[in-house]
Design a protein around this ligand. Structure first.
Ligand code: HEC
Ligand code: HEC
Length: 297
């Protein structure tokens, strides 16, 4: 009988033990990541239920439609708000903008409002990709008009895959380096110009703080926490240097003076801001000019 050489035997044992320890460590880290990130997502208190009356008149439905166009719901949730796969990669996972025509039939207005203004989904867990920081200042009447408009649309049955959060994002959340949407909401400043004597400035602030602050920083000052390093969209105080005509052209065509293509800005202007009324563009210009002038004083 030839015995197995002891050295080889020892090597095999060490290799197997290392492999087992490695596997165990991977399982433990994954389990820890999962448990910690789930605790984060489930850890936000539900807001007071939304109780505003849902209108049914034609004017409110038209307001709701314009909100859906100008605030980008249609841009992300699809032409008929039928829901869309927004991205699918290892890092973030599979991001699916919900089917809103189905959502408003399956859930009461309070569940809709909770997602829109508080970043908490129908299952009570925090959302990760829905830009609620952009909508948290929407007024009750506008939230109700949006809900009413979406309710009035035909319910579209789209086969959408299950969304999931990627492990790298969960790992960042578990270590406290990233967070779900509700964690960012306390950083959105309150409206600060609502006592201004010019009503156009007051209306313009409301428009800007429920649209432009998706990308130009929560308070419009070019400090977007989600922008790539060095690539943050500018402080909107820049608009003080824009004449009215140039600003109207930017909102309608996405082109600044000189005609440069602004990439994302050009797309969002054509998709959303081209739907502002002439009065809304005037209001935005009045507010952003006042804000810019105040910033340089
Ligand atoms: C930048 C893209 C984007 C925009 C703009 C956007 N959404 Fe969403 N929304 C999402 C994504 C993605 C989800 C899926 C949840 C997630 O991944 O955060 C979502 C989820 C939702 C949900 C369902 C949450 C749930 O699970 O219960 C509602 C309701 C909703 N959005 C309403 C709106 C409305 C109304 C607007 C316009 C005022 C809007 N969204 C604009 C991307 C967007
Ligand atoms: C979806 C993201 C997004 C939203 C929403 C958005 N912007 Fe922008 N905006 C950008 C980006 C990105 C740039 C920088 C583009 C560049 O310089 O290449 C930009 C640039 C600008 C500029 C500077 C143009 C110049 O002269 O260089 C102005 C002014 C501007 N945006 C106004 C607005 C206003 C007003 C709103 C709201 C009505 C708004 N933006 C909403 C992404 C956005």
């Amino acid at each position: 009988m030839t015995a197995v050489p002891p050295r080889r035997n020892g090597f095999l044992r060490i290799a197997l033990a290392t492999l087992a320890a490695g596997l165990l460590a991977v399982v433990a880290v994954t389990a820890w990541t999962w448990q910690r990130s789930e605790a984060h997502l489930a850890g936000f208190a539900l807001p007071q239920p939304f109780t505003a009356a849902i209108p049914t008149d034609a004017a409110s439905l038209a307001t709701g439609r314009r909100l859906a166009l100008t605030r980008g719901c249609i841009g992300c949730h699809g032409e008929r708000l039928q829901g869309e796969v927004f991205g699918d990669d290892f890092q973030t996972g599979r991001v699916v903008a919900a089917n809103l025509t189905k959502h408003v039939h399956d859930h009461p207005p309070a569940v809709f409002e909770r997602a829109l203004r508080h970043g908490i989904g129908h299952d009570g867990r925090a959302l990760y990709s829905m830009p609620s920081y952009n909508f948290m200042r929407l007024r009750d009447g506008d939230v109700a008009a949006l809900y009413a408009y979406i309710r009035s649309l035909p319910r579209v049955e789209t086969p959408l895959p299950q969304p999931h959060l990627g492990l790298p994002v969960r790992w960042a959340i578990a270590r406290g380096e990233d967070a779900a949407v509700p964690a960012f909401l306390p950083r959105v400043p309150p409206l600060a110009w609502q006592a201004h004597p010019d009503p156009a400035v007051r209306r313009g602030e409301y428009l800007a703080m429920t649209s432009c602050n998706e990308c130009h920083g929560f308070g419009l000052r070019g400090d977007d926490p989600f922008a790539p390093p060095g690539g943050a969209p500018p402080d909107l105080a820049i608009v003080a240097g824009y004449g009215k005509d140039a600003f109207v052209r930017l909102m309608r065509t996405g082109r600044p003076p000189g005609g440069r293509d602004l990439g994302l800005m050009t797309r969002v202007a054509r998709g959303c801001f081209a739907h502002w009324t002439a009065g809304e563009v005037d209001d935005l210009h009045a507010f952003l000019s006042a804000m810019g002038t105040a910033a340089t004083q």
